[in-house]
Design a protein around this ligand. Structure first.
Ligand SMILES: C[S@@+](CC[C@H](N)C(=O)[O-])C[C@H]1O[C@@H](n2cnc3c(N)ncnc32)[C@H](O)[C@@H]1O
Length: 574
């Protein structure tokens, strides 16, 4: 961005002063941007775009420059050359901009981490002079024509999860925080565990809190893998193959699937799947039998291997069941899948997982830590108590994009099939799920919310929206959002209690909409945090699309406008 800025300014024949005047900042600010000492705010960036700067979608030369050439990187006052990863080719302009920001965040650290380690843990960097590859770039397997970032390196790609962090973002923030082995990082909305995986790889002790037992399982498995040899998992696959084929032929007994009913499969000796509503529509007979035998096999295993087998199945459930993959809340698709071979599907997933574990150890040998340094707490943040002042920093994103309940229902089929392991039903989760649809029967007045005394923006915004003609139509959504902010108040008080003095919070949050009206989520969050003893540092805006979530996320544009990484520092005691 900064080099692009200089080039853009010179192309237009403007001096720094002239550009400064046009953007409405000082000459010194332009100089700092060009020197990469600071970054333009969101507003200033918009101004630059208005002036005609082409931040992304860079044609020919500029693109070559960004992707092919080195850029200067400033580390503790020393200059090095780094080469950015080429994952932004053809990416949307805001992604290019964000890519640049990620590199810059990592330059702004105040670090004691030795350069040898630091250069390996840089994110969005392919290599550092004199040619050292970063751990991540080795794992990412360079794909020069990739349309978007690869967010699936290490164990990150084990499960597609809505609203997953790009791991590069977490890494950049960890670098910015100067986090190391003497810290404890918390992600209290752990989701599928991106923060915890990054911490594990970089040798930083971490804790996660996650309410959904399925997500907690995924997080645990991805971040607490033992140093298991690839061959041990391959042996388990061979054992599974024999078990599977034996059970399959005993049951089929030379019959065709036309002769077999769904009831026969459920009544099969060894089956533990309970029939559930519409189960015949969710699975073909072959798929149901395959899943049933696979689960029978899982029961013979314990500990980490059992978790690994469960996650392998859950991650492939959308290819096994008749699921419409692009909807947020799982729906069975009208067109059943044919020829589903469960063994083949899980076999390749397990083999990939085995490889990912061993590669993670190899590529991060300088930093990877013991799995006991990572702790996953399955539970509700609102009911969790951690020791006062025990956490160094928090990196998290609450469920603001879709209602939390959708996180559970997207994986409905996993919950149904793995019921005996998860003991939870996504349709009977209580109101402890943040952003849930379980709302008070009586519509409360704005003043009944604690946030109303903390955030003026909250009051003003909801007062106006409640008086709009469309208020009745959006009644539930309005109430949900008010309850969401009320919960965020409780959450920020907990953060204050758990954090050490000067601990930082990186809070990733987006501006949702009610109808066409954008909710000033970032501003309300800022006011809540400030009232609860936090100092607002900065907000990094982006509108990021990576390949890390459900493919099309059709709801995304409808309900989220922008996303922000909001940085706060915990002040002294309240
Ligand atoms: C935006 S997602 C986090 C995704 C995560 N950053 C990742 O990379 O996978 C938010 C998560 O918060 C969880 N959640 C919702 N209510 C919660 C609560 N009361 N306590 C703890 N976790 C909760 C949801 O189940 C969901 O997994």
């Amino acid at each position: 961005m900064n080099l692009i800025l200089k080039e853009f300014r010179e192309k237009n024949g403007w001096t720094q002063e002239e550009l400064a005047e046009k953007v409405g900042v000082s000459k010194g600010t332009i100089n700092r941007w060009e020197q990469r000492k600071s970054n333009p705010s969101k507003l200033a960036t918009e101004k630059l775009i208005e002036l005609g700067i082409n931040i992304g979608n860079l044609e020919s030369n500029e693109e070559d420059f960004r992707l092919g050439n080195e850029r200067e990187f400033n580390y503790n006052g020393q200059k090095y050359f780094v080469k950015p990863q080429p994952y932004v080719l053809n990416a949307p302009s805001d992604q290019n901009y964000f890519h640049d920001l990620l590199i810059t965040i990592q330059e702004q650290m105040n670090t004691s981490i030795p350069w040898d380690v630091y250069k390996k843990r840089l994110s969005m960097i392919e290599y550092v002079e004199p040619g050292t590859k970063t751990s991540q770039s080795i794992l990412e397997k360079r794909k020069p024509d990739a349309k978007s970032w690869n967010s699936n390196y290490g164990t990150h790609g084990w499960h597609r999860y809505i609203g997953r962090f790009p791991p590069h973002l977490v890494r950049a923030i960890l670098n910015y925080l100067n986090a190391g082995p003497n810290d404890i990082i918390l992600d209290p909305f752990a989701g599928s565990g991106t923060t915890l995986v990054e911490c594990r790889l970089l040798g930083i002790p971490a804790k996660g809190i996650e309410i959904s037992p399925l997500s907690a399982l995924i997080t645990r498995t991805k971040s607490k893998f033992p140093e298991i040899r690839q061959v041990e998992i391959l042996n388990i696959i061979s054992e599974l193959e024999i078990f599977y084929q034996t059970e399959w032929s005993i049951f089929i007994n030379n019959r065709s699937f036309e002769e077999i009913t769904y009831e026969n499969i459920i009544e099969r000796e060894g089956n533990i799947i309970e029939p559930f509503v519409n189960y015949e529509r969710w699975f073909s007979k072959e798929a149901l039998l395959g899943v049933s035998i696979y689960i029978q096999f899982i029961q013979t295993k314990t500990g980490y291997i059992q978790d690994l087998l469960l996650v392998a199945l859950s991650s492939k459930m959308r290819s096994i069941g008749n699921v419409d993959v692009d909807v947020v809340r799982a729906e069975y698709s009208k067109k059943p899948r044919e020829n589903v071979d469960v063994f083949k599907i899980v076999k390749s997933q397990l083999a990939k997982m085995a490889k990912d574990i061993s590669e993670s150890y190899k590529t991060h040998e300088l930093t990877i830590t013991n799995n006991d340094k990572i702790q996953v707490i399955e539970g509700d943040i609102l009911q969790t108590n951690l020791p006062k002042g025990s956490i160094s920093h928090i990196i998290t994103s609450p469920p603001y994009g879709v209602e939390s309940i959708s996180y559970l229902r997207t994986h409905l089929l996993s919950f149904r099939v793995l019921e005996s392991f998860l003991s939870a039903d996504p349709y009977t989760f209580g109101d402890n799920v943040i952003g849930s649809e379980y709302l008070p029967k009586e519509e409360p007045d704005i003043s009944e919310f604690k946030v109303s005394s903390l955030s003026e923006t909250f009051n003003d915004f909801f007062k106006v929206i409640k008086e709009k003609e469309t208020a009745e139509k959006h009644k539930i959504r309005i109430l949900m959002m008010m309850k969401f902010f009320e919960d965020m108040n409780t959450v920020s008080l907990k953060f204050h209690e758990w954090l050490k003095e000067n601990g930082k919070v990186a809070f990733v949050i987006g501006n949702k909409k009610i109808g066409d009206t954008i909710i000033p989520t970032d501003q309300i969050i800022k006011e809540i945090f400030e009232s609860n003893g936090f100092i607002f540092e900065s907000s990094i805006g982006h509108k990021l699309k990576t390949n890390n979530s459900n493919s099309q996320v059709p709801w995304q544009d409808k309900i989220i406008k922008d996303e922000f990484i909001m940085l706060f520092t915990r002040g002294t005691n309240l």
